[in-house]
Ligand binder design. Sequence first.
Ligand code: TXA
Ligand code: MG
Length: 317
Amino acid sequence: MAADADGLARAAALIGAGGLVALPTETVYGLGADATDPEAVAAIYAAKGRPRFNPLIAHVATVEAALGEGTFDEAALRLAEHFWPGPLTLVVPAASTGSVCDLARAGLDSVALRVPAHATARALLERVGRPVAAPSANRSGRVSPTSADHVLTDLDGRIAAVLDGGACPVGVESSVVACLGGPPRLLRPGGVTRAAIAAVLGFAPEAGGDPGSRPVGPGLLASHYAPRAGVRLDATGLEPGEAVLLFGAFRPAGLDRAAAVETLSARGDPAEAAARLFGALRRLDASGAPTIAVVPVPEEGLGEAINDRLRRAAAPR
Ligand code: TXA
Ligand code: MG
């Protein structure tokens, strides 16, 4: 559906009735449902094929609405005031007055909250008037979607609608920071850089594993964001038949015989690279090459989030 007044009204009605609607945000497309309705939330897990131990982010229209869903300590308040609306998710203790259902929180005492900046997401959240649970709108374990077409590739026939808001400007998911009493922990690097978070806090956030990517059994590593092709990192040369993902001016040996080539950012800009990452992975995957070789990407700025996603794409499955 077009992201116009009519599309927004229909999307809000569908979500209000317990349906699943994919929506654009500044990071990636989310698969939205009423976060207060356990049946609607169960339908998200089913459509994605997502394990139910992995909790969802509740999206709200305003900082005020977020404050009603969780208990914010000083650090959480500071981060919320500075980065919302925007690509930051805060995990805080769930408020006793909160409305996000147990299933969306995977039974935890905490709740993940985000006020997105994307105009369409905000307009939809205002119309729904309730928190909207929205994981990335891809089949579980697959590459996250940054266009309405990506959403349909994975979920056509499993969801009621997708609101088409064009390409997502940030391109990687939100940074997830837990403020649960102790020092704030960066659970997932994302659209807000570690340096920007540290500048607002006045100190660096602690490292913290992302519980959603924790191995659940022997052999099940942190594989996520995975294309069908294998992914080989830090490639300085290409094997015959490989597709290649380039960054900056670096040219791997054997580039002339690559099966397919995509460039994240010719000028070496991490923000441009993040915005192009998931689309480029999907296109290289579509080339049919058995392996995608990725040249080194520096860790600076959004490079941390890019490398995190690439490492998960390369993890054994
Ligand atoms: O940019 C984004 O964050 C996108 C857009 C749609 O907002 N959403 C997204 O959702 O990436 P998802 O479900 O793919 O990732 C949510 C992450 C997971 O790693 C999950 O484990 C973590 O947030 N999370 C959610 N609730 C949590 C909680 N209570 N404690 C710890 N981690 C939590
Ligand atoms: Mg996801």
